[in-house]
Design a protein around this ligand. Structure first.
Ligand code: SAH
Length: 280
């Protein structure tokens, strides 16, 4: 069935719900500042985030940085002091944009500067920021952004990984998506957010759907058994196995119960055996 029911809601009903949520203070606000507003807007109309917006849980405004320039050419960049290649985003339009946002949309709880030099954004940040009511996201371009923006305007500078992109627009979409899906009600089935990878400090368990046999590859029998208890146990154990195999760095910090610790000893024993056999 998917999301048909939500899409079919009457506009008047939606508007009513939107107002009710705004009154209850459950709406999360985002303001994204970019020189490519259409590129960002295009990433926010479909799927979970698009629906979060139409249902009124997410109030997202994309701002064109050029609207905050004061010269005839609407200049957002300039050459770097000290020389060297490329251009740098000027501070005035970015400060102007955040000041305008503060006046018209209220004082934000966080101003995030997208930067490959920032602290790596994690699921824990997504959950923390989803509890804030209002987040501003600043997208850099060219060689980057005048350092005074990081020092005196942003509250955090954030990287989405150790690689360099041409601009902050894709990072902004990634971060708004990660935060937005943590806002209660945005993902229809709350449980699916709680079981996502990283939320419990472990990766997610594997998922299968029909057919039960595809090109000779069968779905694990336990999933077809109808024993809910066994299915739950299999999923917990497989989540742990996936994490031990693919991201052993996560296991040390994951909060495990007694049973999971027992499985872990077994899985780590197997790994050591494999490694020994591999080196023989
Ligand atoms: N010269 C800079 C790179 C600038 S890339 C440096 O070496 O650090 C241009 C813009 O893209 C940045 O200002 C930032 O907003 C965005 N960006 C690029 N890679 C990113 C990443 N991994 N995470 C977040 N933002 C990134």
């Amino acid at each position: 069935m998917g999301n048909g029911a939500a899409d079919a809601a009457h506009p008047a009903e939606l508007e009513h719900e939107r107002q009710a949520r705004a009154l209850a203070g459950q709406v999360m606000k985002f303001d994204i500042v970019t020189i490519f507003p259409r590129m960002v807007e295009a990433g926010l109309v479909e799927g979970v985030i698009g629906r979060g917006r139409t249902s009124g849980l997410l109030d997202i405004v994309v701002h064109d940085l050029r609207a905050f320039t004061s010269d005839r050419h609407r200049t957002v960049d300039d050459v770097p002091f000290g020389g060297g290649p490329g251009m740098v985003l000027k501070p005035e339009p970015l400060f102007g944009a955040v000041e305008k946002i503060r006046e018209t949309r209220g004082t934000p709880d966080a101003v995030l500067l997208m930067s490959p030099a920032g602290r790596r954004f994690t699921q824990a940040d997504a959950r923390r920021l989803a509890k804030a009511g209002h987040v501003v996201v600043l997208c850099g371009r060219y060689e980057g952004v005048d350092e005074r923006v990081r020092e005196h305007l942003a509250t955090e500078d954030v990287s989405i990984g150790d690689y360099v992109l041409s601009g902050g627009e894709v990072p902004a979409l990634a971060i708004v998506d990660a935060i937005g899906r943590q806002v209660p009600g945005v993902v229809g089935d709350e449980q699916s957010v709680d079981e996502d990878s990283f939320t419990r400090g472990l990766l997610d368990h594997p998922h299968y759907t029909r057919p039960a046999e595809f090109r000779g590859h069968r779905v694990p029998d336990v999933l077809l058994s109808g024993h809910h208890g066994e299915v739950r146990q299999w999923r917990r154990r497989e989540a742990l196995r996936q994490t031990v195999e693919r991201r052993p760095d996560l296991v040390a910090d994951a909060p495990l119960d007694d049973e999971e610790r027992k499985w872990l000893r077994g899985l780590q024993g197997l790994r050591e055996q494999d490694e020994k056999q591999g080196s023989e």
